[in-house]
Design a binder for this molecule. Structure first.
Ligand SMILES: [Zn+2]
Length: 97
């Protein structure tokens, strides 16, 4: 019974400690930045998707280059298409299907 009491007290102390840490560092409890999700819209920029569900990455269907999750933005995908594949820019979306 003494051991049980001791354990309970330790856990209690541990919880209190976590509470204090959270109070001291409120930024620690904020949720991590959300990962960008793939949208079918990106296909018109010539991008498919690769990686896992939690961290999808845009995959260029023209050159096979995989960009980082942070670059999963229409403007950045468009820039890739414009700079690396200017000839594909004017193609219809159906070209990529
Ligand atoms: Zn490319």
């Amino acid at each position: 019974m003494v051991i049980m009491k001791c354990k309970g007290r330790l856990i209690g102390l541990f919880r209190q400690e976590i509470k204090l840490i959270l109070l001291k560092n409120p930024q620690n409890i904020s949720t991590p930045p959300k990962k960008r999700k793939y949208s079918n819209e990106f296909l018109k920029y010539g991008f498919s998707v690769t990686g896992d569900e939690d961290c999808p990455k845009p995959l260029c269907v023209v050159c096979g280059e995989i960009l980082s999750n942070g670059r999963m933005k229409p403007s950045l995908l468009m820039r890739h298409l414009e700079t690396k594949h200017p000839t594909y820019k004017q193609r219809d979306i159906s070209f990529f299907h």
